[in-house]
Structure formats: C-alpha cells, structure tokens
Design a binder for this molecule. Structure first.
Ligand code: SF4
Length: 356
C-alpha cells in the first residue's frame, strides 16, 4: 500500500469516526503476508495512523495476521514501540501444520515457525502476541492440536476451511448432512472443557456465551452486526476478503477511498445485509431454533450459484451438532444431577433439572 493510499484511507476512517462520534476502532493488516512490508512499511503505516487518527483523539487498536515466518527482533521492536499486536496462523503441531503451510519451494515451515514462536513468546516480545488462527484439518487429531495450541496459553480461533455449495468442503463432498467437522470439534471441546478450561478458544467461548444470553466474539457466529470493510492495497474498498473463496469478484463493491466515503459503502446491500440480524438470512435459517447462536454460519460458506448467499451454511449439520453438544454439556454443568432416585430396574438414576 502506497503512502498516498494509506493516508487517504486513514482520512476516510477519521471522517467516518467523526461523523458517527466513534472514538475507538480496530485496524488489522491482513495478507497475503503483512510482514513482507518490512520495517519501513510498518513505520509508514503507523505514522499515518498516528497523524490522521490517534492525534485526532481516535483510539486505534492495530493488529496484524501473519504466518510468523518473517518475524524478527527488528520488526518486534518496531511493533512494541508502535503498539502493534500480532496473531499467527498455525494449524497444529509441526506434522499437521507442514501439510499445507509450506514455503515457495514447497518446503515445510514449522521448524522455523517454532523458532519464531519461541522468540515471539520470550518475555521481551510476548506483549505483542494475541493468539492463533487454526484451520481445521480433518486428518489431524483434534486433541493433539488443541493440546499443542493451548500449551502456548493464548487465544485460539478454530476456523472451518472455506467451502460452499458449489465447492463443498473436504469430508462433505458427497453428503452435506455429514458432520465431520462437528466430529472433530466435539472431542476438542470436551477435552478443553473437561481438562483445560483455560485460555480463550473463541469458537467454544462464543457458543457458551450466546447459550447464556451473551454475545459472540466471532465473525462467523451469531446475529451481531458485522461492521468491517477491507481496504485493498490499491485503495479499493471491498466486502470481507474471504468472499473471494466463492466466485471471482464476490468481494468487489465498486468503491475506493479516493472517491467514496464509508457511509456510502455502509449503505451497500452487501454490507447492510450483515447488519440486520436474522432478516438478512434465508427462510430456513430464520425459522431455525438456534439461529440466535448460529447466525446462519459464516457468510462465504452460504454461497450457491442458484441462491447466492441465501442458504444455510454448508456447515449447517456440523454447527447444529456442535451447538447441541455444547448446550447439553453446559446445562449439565450449571444444573448438575440433583436427585438420585430408583428406577424400575432398582438402579440409581439421575434427575437433571434443565432450564426453561
Ligand atoms: S445454518 Fe443451519 S443451524 Fe445455522 S441458523 Fe441456518 S439452519 Fe440453523
């Protein structure tokens, strides 16, 4: 991103914040690989953010999402000095991560990443670190993955691989009612709930929170308003970039920071549709008893040629199974067996009092 685009984007953000009395925002440098900008790129971007936003009384949380391989003490020092946090994409222990996360020559990256993690988690740089993004790999052992990631004692986000009705996810190619992702996540949840219960696994924590009447912390769950846009390096303003997994141009809105303000962008149906709760979902999801928790799943996962995004998530069956499992487990935790009575066979059985 050039200096001119960065400055214009920051001015648009300031204009929007001032128009709506917003005093706090978050900016995430997303990839590709943001650390490719190097020290001078990070300094340029954060100089612009300070001059155009922070100096105008707008509090900005700046983060970046990286594969971690390019992290160095030099970049770490810049990030510490400029208060930039960092999350790392990591799919599990080395043997899992190396299946897909390879360098340009196809060589595994885990060995170097583990070195970088050691540096990143050293007392000097650990204040930068926010946690992991982990894409679920059905061939991996969920408990081994959870145990490995949670050993770093930071936030973990489990993500469903991108799939839709035209390109079903691995494991659901022949049967969308199959639940291989719930079958992977449920043992991971049970292990976390029973054995660890530490750290923040946001997918699980968000489901529990919503079951208890709270909010989701996760873009792909719940009916909360999604208020993010993407500014591309050339200044174009787009919808969430993961839409690119559906069809070419899916994220394209036709706006850019030089000609359009964010109010104009916010009025676009693709953005408005994510801020109207269940009204933005298909009829099946609107009638679903767990729509408040599921929210129809993540937007790109609802896509089909025929109905565009007006479908349940391609992971609907997995989401139903996972949410039902967590709901049952949490209810048992809150309302444990309270009374033991004799059943007809003369054995003790538990009476469980459930809410509602
Ligand atoms: S995706 Fe499935 S589980 Fe989720 S709200 Fe829609 S119908 Fe319900």
């Amino acid at each position: 991103m050039s200096h001119a685009v960065a400055r214009q984007a920051a001015r648009r953000i300031r204009e929007h914040c001032q128009a709506h009395s917003r005093t706090e925002i978050a900016i995430v440098f997303h990839g590709g690989e943001p650390l490719l900008v190097g020290r001078s790129g990070l300094e340029m971007l954060t100089d612009v953010i300070r001059e155009e936003l922070i100096n105008h009384d707008i509090k900005v949380s700046v983060g970046l999402q990286t594969n971690g391989v390019l992290f160095t003490p030099e970049l770490g020092d810049v990030m510490l000095a400029r208060d930039i946090s960092l999350a790392v994409s990591l799919d599990g222990p080395p043997e899992v991560n190396d299946r897909y996360r390879v360098d340009k020559q196809g060589r595994p990256t885990s060995a170097i990443l583990e070195e970088k993690l050691e540096l990143l988690l050293s007392p000097q740089y650990s204040p930068l670190f926010r946690g992991f993004l982990c894409v679920i790999d059905l061939d991996s052992d969920p408990i081994a993955v959870l145990r490995y990631l949670s050993s770093y004692h930071h936030q973990v986000d489990f993500l469903f691989p991108h799939g839709n009705y035209e390109r079903p996810p691995v494991g659901k190619e022949h049967d969308l009612s199959a639940t291989p992702y719930a079958d992977w996540l449920i043992p991971a949840f049970d292990y976390w709930f029973d054995e660890i219960r530490d750290g923040n696994i946001r997918l699980f924590a968000s489901i529990i929170s919503m079951l208890l009447g709270g909010q989701s912390q996760f873009e792909g769950l719940g009916l909360g308003s999604v208020d993010l846009v993407v500014v591309e390096a050339n200044g174009e303003i787009e919808a969430v970039d993961t839409l690119k997994s559906t069809f070419p141009g899916a994220a394209h809105l036709g706006f850019d920071v030089f000609t359009d303000d964010f109010d104009t962008v916010a009025a676009h149906p693709a953005i408005r549709g994510r801020q109207v709760g269940s009204a933005g979902l298909c009829a099946t999801c609107q009638a679903c008893p767990i729509v408040r928790i599921c929210g129809g799943g993540y937007l790109p996962h609802r896509y089909s040629h025929a109905n565009q995004f007006m479908n349940p998530s391609v992971y609907c069956a997995d989401l139903q199974a996972l949410i039902a499992h967590i709901g049952t487990k949490v209810k048992r935790e809150i309302f444990p067996p309270t009374l033991a009575v004799r059943n007809d066979a003369g054995r003790d059985r538990d009476v469980i009092i459930l809410p509602g």
